[in-house]
Design a binder for this molecule. Structure first.
Ligand code: ZN
Ligand code: ZN
Length: 301
């Protein structure tokens, strides 16, 4: 018997919605880095709302038409991921309820689910359907993502009501760790929400696998995690979280653990600070140019 820590990232987007990589490219990206489990979770938007319809026209969402091909590719890629990398590929999607109001928007990850679910259904109905299909329901990026983008606060505003509705809540999304979610007492999970390969550096969830060595090989191979173990470890919260840095060697998943206390150090990386300063400078220049034009225009008039 041996124990092994395995890295998991259960929130990834492919070209089936608004991601830049195809599903096979994602499998290779994570497989080559020694990950133990990933989930592809393309957007499945509401068809009843204006923003959902717009996503449909722009091919940014799964539809009943594209869904069977999506599942077929996930199935064949799951076999290849297991064969080539000893990695578990979990089928999933992200039920996406977008409105122009942050407090009315909600994103729900359906993990381990292979049948289409209508995103127009209510939150409770969606989660019940996920559970019926033997899947895990996750409240995605429930608080401010600390990024300049549309936010999804609907679930967080009702976290007491939905406490038992969801199997887990994202405590981190990408490079940002959410202290308020960590302190909430809810069940937690950490994912990248990767749309582009540069977003590989992010918070991840770590599972501990116990089992015998893979027989028939001289080279020690990583242990394979099962979907059943992921379900039970998420529900019992036998999980850890780690900040994964790109460029670490393959064995990184076994050595690079971050203790909960050290999480805070990584909150505001230098690159983000530089970007914010640059954006501030651009905004200031635009304002100055506008002010000059307005002043001179006013005098001429
Ligand atoms: Zn989302
Ligand atoms: Zn997402």
């Amino acid at each position: 018997m041996k124990t092994q820590k395995i890295l998991a990232d259960l929130h990834l987007h492919s070209t089936f919605s608004d991601g830049k990589l195809t599903i096979p490219e994602i499998v290779d990206l994570f497989g080559k880095r020694g990950f133990g489990a990933i989930a592809i979770t393309d957007h499945l938007c509401e068809s009843a709302t204006f923003l959902g319809k717009a996503a449909g026209y722009l091919n940014q969402t799964l539809t009943p038409e594209t869904f069977p091909r999506y599942q077929a590719i996930l199935k064949s890629e799951a076999e290849r991921a297991r064969r080539e990398y000893g990695m578990l590929l979990i089928p999933g999607f992200e039920l996406t309820k977008n409105t122009i109001l942050n407090h009315r928007s909600a994103h729900i990850l359906a993990l381990g689910v292979t049948s289409f679910i209508d995103a127009n259904l209510g939150i409770e109905e969606i989660c019940a359907e996920i559970r019926k299909q033997g899947g895990l329901s996750v409240a995605a990026h429930p608080v401010s993502t600390r990024r300049l983008e549309k936010q999804t606060y609907f679930l967080w505003d009702r976290r007491d009501q939905f406490r038992e509705t969801f199997d887990a809540w994202e405590v981190a999304s990408g490079r940002h760790f959410f202290d308020e979610v960590a302190e909430s007492g809810l069940r937690l999970i950490a994912n990248s929400d990767m749309h582009r390969p540069e977003q590989m550096e992010s918070w991840k969830t770590v599972f501990t696998v116990r089992g015998p060595e893979t027989p028939g090989s001289d080279i020690p191979r990583p242990l394979f995690i099962t979907w059943d173990q992921i379900i039970s470890d998420v529900r019992s919260q036998s999980v850890e979280f780690t900040y994964y840095r790109e460029g670490l060697p393959r064995v990184a998943r076994r050595t690079h653990m971050t203790s909960p206390i050290r999480r805070r150090e990584l909150k505001w990386p230098l690159k983000t600070r530089r970007k914010s300063m640059l954006m501030g400078l651009v905004a200031l220049s635009l304002f100055a140019v506008g002010l000059v034009q307005w002043t001179f225009g006013f005098e001429r008039g």
